[in-house]
Ligand binder design. Structure first.
Ligand code: PMP
Length: 324
């Protein structure tokens, strides 16, 4: 689908997958005017293909567009495009339970223009990619490095948008952390380097004294859809869930007092990712004996159960695309 100022979004179409032709002067290549989404479709136990919270993802897509001054899209049209694209070719259907179909809508600015301004021409694409089961051989708690030198996003910046610049900003720190044997980086706030933000591609949760705590949305972290699912499910179970500022000192202190029960990340790719180790300024703590916690496991089972049709979808999160 294309956009031109004065004409709006137009010409939605489905074409065979292939390279795209853009000018070397296309604004996106120089000024980073791009946004994307990452969502999934699943095969259910009763042989249906369902999308998970598609409208929530699409609303976030438009929120990212707004932050980058990209013209908002007609979400009904994009939604219809998603459904058609999945239905049109059965190769996209996840082959077995546990596997899924990754759906990546994105928008780039394509005006051939050298100079910084809000663009006048954009193209929106949706690409699909089948993905295998994330935990094919079971959960493995990850090792996280709390970042001390680099920052990912600042308040008032792009942090809340799903835009390539945020990921570019995270590469150097992630690479250094990987060389040191960590899986991902946990970002702290950019000003005081004290309050917890999010992990590389996940939101983060702490279970302390049976309370689930996650950093409140503050404009510099992604408003994760899995984060929302975790909050809603845990509240529904009667657990105490709090969204607030939480400092890294508080987490380490809770651990020292023996009150830190679990740490886990949430995201579309892994759903729940138990954290077994946190390292900060040379101090290393092992969480829950490096084992998957009870709440992490229950949340994983519940959310993947809803996605795969094993658990009743009382929240109305799955949308059927087709029967097989
Ligand atoms: N934060 C960042 C920076 C991410 O890239 C992701 C993955 N999209 C998340 C959090 C988790 O968001 P979601 O649950 O919507 O996948």
């Amino acid at each position: 689908m294309d956009y031109v100022t004065g004409k709006g979004w137009h010409n939605p179409r489905i074409v065979p997958y292939g390279n795209i032709d853009i000018s070397p002067a296309a604004m996106v290549l120089h000024y980073g005017q791009a946004i994307f989404e990452g969502m999934k479709a699943f095969r259910t136990e009763d042989n249906r293909v369902v999308m998970y919270r598609p409208l929530d993802h699409l609303k976030r897509f438009n929120n990212s567009a707004d932050i980058l001054s990209i013209p908002l899209m007609d979400l009904d049209l994009v939604h219809e495009g998603l459904r058609k694209l999945i239905e049109i070719d059965k190769r996209w259907v996840p082959q077995s339970l546990g596997t899924s179909l990754y759906i990546r809508p994105f928008v780039i600015s394509v005006d051939p223009y050298v100079g910084v301004k809000v663009a006048d021409q954009y193209t929106m694409y949706i690409i699909l990619s089948p993905v295998g089961a994330y935990y094919a051989s079971g959960f493995k708690p990850v090792k996280i490095k709390v970042e001390e030198h680099y920052v990912r996003a600042v308040k008032g910046g792009l942090g809340e948008a799903k835009t390539p610049a945020n990921y570019a900003a995270s590469l150097k720190a992630s690479e250094e952390a990987k060389k040191e044997g960590f899986t991902q980086v946990l970002w702290l706030d950019a000003i005081e380097q004290k309050y917890i933000e999010e992990v590389g591609t996940m939101n983060i949760f702490f279970k302390i004294d049976d309370e689930i705590i996650t950093p409140a949305l503050n404009g510099s972290i992604l408003n994760g859809i899995t984060r929302r699912s975790v909050i809603e499910v845990a509240k529904d179970w009667g657990m105490k869930v709090t969204e607030r500022r939480i400092s890294i000192d508080e987490v380490f202190e809770a651990h020292e007092r023996g009150h830190l029960q679990e740490v886990f990340g949430s995201g579309t790719a892994a759903v729940i990712s138990p954290v077994g180790e946190l390292s900060w300024k040379g101090k290393r703590i092992i969480v829950n004996n490096n084992q998957t916690g009870e709440t992490s496991q229950k949340l994983f089972d519940c959310i993947t159960g809803i996605q795969q049709g094993r658990v009743a979808d009382k929240f109305g999160w799955v949308e059927e695309v087709t029967k097989l």
